[in-house]
Design a protein around this ligand. Structure first.
Ligand code: P6P
Length: 341
């Protein structure tokens, strides 16, 4: 029971109850989401053990138990593949950890899953929150056909589900199937995710801006002007905003989802198309934030409408509260630098 003496609802119970709202549902997507929940529990255990493993043995070495210490992002990738192979619902996975597509044994699976199995993994050594991101599509080809990469080239609007897991002070899972955003907290003592909030709504405007200001000198003029706007004093618009940047997209966006504000990863000299990946970072988080009432664009165009051409393509992203994102877009438009012909 929770503080209000209400019965706690597990992730599995919630998924089944949501499925029952669709009489024609086959249960395949429900099973897929449960499989991701299983991978999340296993990854969470390993991430939270990592500190001890590092004490007991370094990556690539054997720890005192004689176990080979794997890089956590390799381990997480293996867990996502293993979990999604349990049922015959997924025909293909595209992972940040693998260059090409990963075909699963069941070529007849209905779904395709994009995943960043452990986003922000460079932060593990400094004990900063990291995350798993996933995005689910229905294949375009017939299930009797052999799935190809063309099956996976679909814009973000075609996602049937998306979500993330954040491994922080607690492990939380957030997902949407297009009917709002639900969040769950893992109770590691019994290995269950329990419903925390079944319809998360992002504040219309928030007092945080999240961007790596180290690349300030290579930003376009409009972005420089917007960040200066965030730093000006104006009580009516909650300014100056607080700067919060963890360097782990899932953690930065999770704060924005709960508290409001804006997360930005722009173009820069080092990343002319932005650093973050469209298909398994920007699209799934854009789906989540839009379902919570927020906005996500590349500065000009809605992220979910960006036409993909490559499974690993990068994309600039401005994501968060509607009013914050629209103000940033206004500055970009007002100071748009016309390329010198
Ligand atoms: P920078 C982590 O490496 C990551 O892919 C995202 O999780 C994060 O938002 C971004 O890169 C941080 O990049 O250039 O600020 O270190």
């Amino acid at each position: 029971m929770n503080q209000k003496n209400e019965r706690l609802i597990t992730l599995e119970e919630f998924i089944i109850s949501a499925q029952n709202r669709f009489p024609g549902a086959t249960g395949e997507l429900s099973q897929l989401l449960r499989d991701i929940g299983l991978a999340a529990k296993i990854i969470s255990r390993e991430v939270n053990k990592a500190g001890i493993t590092n004490i007991l043995g370094f990556e690539g070495s054997e720890n005192v138990h004689g176990e080979r210490v794997k890089k956590l992002d390799v381990f997480s990738n293996e867990q996502m593949i293993s979990a999604l192979s349990r049922s015959n619902n997924v025909c293909m996975i595209i992972s940040e950890e693998s260059d090409g597509i990963i075909r699963l044994k069941s070529s007849s699976g209905k779904y395709i899953v994009y995943t960043d199995p452990l986003d922000g993994s460079s932060n593990i050594d400094v004990n900063v929150s990291i995350g798993t991101i996933f995005s689910v599509y229905v294949r375009k080809s017939h299930r009797a056909d052999y799935p190809t990469i063309d099956d996976a080239i679909q814009d973000g609007l075609s996602q049937v589900a998306a979500g993330y897991v954040i491994y922080g002070s607690s492990t939380m899972l957030a997902y949407t199937t297009g009917l709002g955003v639900s969040t769950f907290t893992l109770d590691p003592s019994i290995g269950e995710f329990f419903l925390a909030d079944q319809d998360v709504k992002i504040p219309k405007m928030g007092p945080f801006y999240s961007i790596n200001e180290g690349s300030y000198n290579s930003w376009e003029q409009g972005l420089k002007k917007y960040v200066k706007y965030c730093q000006e004093e104006d009580k009516e618009t909650m300014r100056p905003y607080s700067a919060r940047y963890i360097g782990s997209m899932v953690a930065d966006v999770h704060r924005i989802l709960l508290k409001g504000g804006i997360f930005i990863y722009p173009r820069s000299k080092s990343y002319p198309n932005g650093k973050l990946r469209l298909m398994y970072e920007c699209n799934p988080l854009a789906f989540i934030i839009e379902q919570a009432g927020g906005k996500a664009s590349d500065g000009l165009k809605r992220i979910l409408e960006v036409k993909p051409t490559d499974i690993h393509q990068r994309c600039p992203i401005f994501i968060g509260s509607k009013e914050n994102v629209e103000m940033a877009e206004k500055f970009l438009k007002e100071y748009k630098e016309v390329p010198v012909s």
